[in-house]
Design a protein around this ligand. Structure first.
Ligand code: HQG
Length: 185
């Protein structure tokens, strides 16, 4: 599969598995899993022909490891980033003392007042390393990285979860847990 087709197909799979399963005429189970046969049939009907081998290749090579197969390889789901309600069944996990969130300057006035909100996704996405947060912020402009006092939040009773590819999830970050923004390019 050439890289253009891989990107196009992986975007469509993200749309179906995180946002709009009906686009491929399928439903997700409560943990977000899609039956692969139904998914591939649905993709074909929606005009995106994807073979089983291509799906497996995308799961394996996706730059952000966005997708996962179940143990017997019959189902696939997105690892994070859902807009539709799913329960990823991740255990609450103690986070490192500090986590990072990448954003852009134009959102800072709102973030400073109301904290980080999950917006249209389930959770606020955080990363252990600053470089990842910077890349996430850079999708929207000159990146600004916020440091989150995750250890203190955890001690105060907030539940953190971590996906198996290292994205930290928390429903919200109130402003008192945010450090001063780092906007160094
Ligand atoms: C901002 C991508 C105003 C927040 C990425 C962000 C990541 C606020 C945007 C993953 C706010 C939401 C997640 C508030 C937060 N007022 N703006 N109170 N609170 N925001 O895309 O973190 O390619 O839902 O800073 O690489 O940017 O989809 O979240 O700018 O890993 O796999 O509102 O999505 O991965 O945007 O990105 P998003 P995100 P994928």
């Amino acid at each position: 599969m050439d890289s253009k087709r891989r990107v196009r197909t992986s975007r469509f799979l993200s749309l179906v598995l995180r946002h709009d399963p009906a686009r491929a005429g399928i439903t997700l189970d409560p943990q977000g899993w899609a039956d692969i046969r139904a998914l591939l049939d649905g993709c074909r009907s929606a005009g995106h022909r994807v073979t089983h081998a291509e799906l497996v290749e995308i799961v394996r090579t996706n730059d952000k490891q966005r997708f996962a197969l179940n143990a017997d390889g019959t189902r696939v789901r997105a690892r994070q980033g859902h807009f539709v309600p799913v329960d990823l069944a991740l255990e609450p996990t103690a986070p490192p003392e500090l986590l990072h969130h990448g954003t852009v300057g134009r959102f800072l006035p709102a973030i400073t007042t109301e904290g980080l909100r999950s917006m249209s996704r389930h959770d606020v996405h955080l990363s252990a390393d600053e470089a990842t947060a910077r890349r996430v912020g850079a999708r929207r402009g000159a990146p600004v990285v916020l440091v989150v006092a995750a250890g203190r939040m955890h001690a105060d009773g907030y539940a953190f979860r971590v996906t198996d590819n290292g994205v930290w999830l928390v429903p919200e970050v109130p402003p008192e847990y945010l450090g001063a923004p780092v906007s160094r390019a």
